[in-house]
Design a protein around this ligand. Structure first.
Ligand SMILES: *Cc1c(COP(=O)(O)O)cnc(C)c1O
Length: 361
């Protein structure tokens, strides 16, 4: 068996201990005589898996009791529509930060349902490399909600603060930063995240929604797009993504064993800082993002000579360092270093980068 260091932005690496546990339980989960994949979602075995996963997520993220946690399908991209459908609540406009590729997609979808008021746009010469200064943004007091993308996965730009939107509910697409550190859930109306970055396998989407925001969905909304229906049915209105839910539960247990999110934050910060330090110390590699808003999770970088990109990727692969190619819209490289990327993987990447530079600068 061979395991590489996988720097994929998503679907991304999972903790090896989690995969081994899933492997050990694959054919016969806890004497059920069947795989979790084969279980009825309404049977007592799967119900216990589902409840445990939710309890562990609530514990790890310290989710207050007045929030519902939904385990859905459809990806973060479905939430781009579900957010306005569920949160407009009779209002006609919403505030959006425009800070990168994913917020652009969220905005495009919201425009189908309401007036989108762009409260900040950080695009300069076609690039996104910063976020607005804390406190510099003026919100519309009549907005139904304020939406932002705390971590722009493609550009590697991350907010170093949570915007203060007063009484207007704050909505966050946390797909690529949820669980990377502790955070105060009570500051948000809604948090959503596709699982395939920092939670579990693709196919599961987590929505954390404050209860008072449920139940006034836009007329004509499909039942499957109504958070309140999912909440009322404990995410079992239809067949949920059972295996993804189970694997996410194993990841939550792994996080608890590791010391929870404050322990993860320490490791994640160290991983990111040493990689940025290596990039900044060299004239051969560069990262364009303003130092105060560099992502802990997604680290894009370019080589001084783009003609060396192909050789860099090929040689990295020989060193078991894979999926480092940057997003096609940004170019260069991107190292995604979510919770499951061990510090040794970042060390191996830095050692390879240093050696490659020596040979090619
Ligand atoms: C990956 C990603 C998405 C898209 O997620 P899907 O689950 O593929 O719909 C949306 N937002 C952010 C910030 C992402 O990183």
């Amino acid at each position: 068996m061979r395991r590489v260091y996988n720097f994929s932005a998503g679907p991304a690496a999972l903790p090896q201990a989690v995969l081994e546990k899933a492997q050990a339980e694959m054919l016969d989960w806890h004497d059920a005589g069947m795989s979790v994949m084969e279980m009825s979602h309404r049977g007592k075995e799967f119900m216990s898996i589902a409840a445990q996963a939710e309890a562990d997520l609530r514990e790890v993220l310290a989710i207050p009791d007045n929030y519902k946690v939904l385990f859905l399908q459809g990806g973060a991209s479905s939430q781009f529509a579900m957010v306005p459908l569920n949160l407009l609540r009779g209002k006609s406009s919403a505030d959006y930060y425009r800070t990168g590729s994913w917020s652009k997609k969220a905005i495009a979808e919201a425009k189908r349902y309401c007036d989108v008021n762009i409260v900040a746009d950080t695009e300069v010469d076609g690039k996104f490399t910063s976020v607005p200064e804390k406190g510099s943004v003026t919100f519309n007091p009549d907005a139904a909600y304020v939406h932002y993308t705390p971590n722009e996965t493609i550009e590697g730009v991350e907010f170093p603060y949570i915007p203060d939107t007063g009484d207007v509910p704050l909505v966050a697409d946390m797909s690529s930063t949820i669980l990377s550190r502790p955070m105060d859930v009570s500051k948000f109306g809604v948090i959503y995240a596709g699982a395939q970055k920092n939670i579990g396998p693709a196919g599961l989407t987590i929505v954390i929604v404050r209860e008072d925001l449920l139940g006034d969905v836009k007329e004509g909304t499909p039942a499957m797009f109504d958070w309140a229906i999912h909440a009322k049915n404990d995410s079992m209105y239809n067949t949920p993504p059972t295996y993804g839910w189970y694997l996410a539960g194993l990841v939550f247990q792994w996080l608890k064993e590791k010391g929870g999110l404050s322990a993860m934050a320490e490791i994640n910060q160290r991983k990111a800082e040493k990689l940025y330090a290596a990039i900044d110390a060299s004239n051969f590699y560069a990262n364009p993002v303003a130092p105060t808003c560099r992502s802990w999770m997604n680290v894009p970088f370019t080589l001084a000579n783009a003609e060396l990109d192909a050789a860099f990727l090929a040689e990295a692969k020989e060193h078991n360092l894979v999926t480092l190619k940057g997003h096609r819209s940004v170019g260069g490289m991107r190292a995604s270093i979510y919770n499951a990327m061990p510090e040794a993987g970042v060390d191996a990447l830095i050692a390879f980068m240093t050696d490659f530079e020596k040979r090619n600068a």
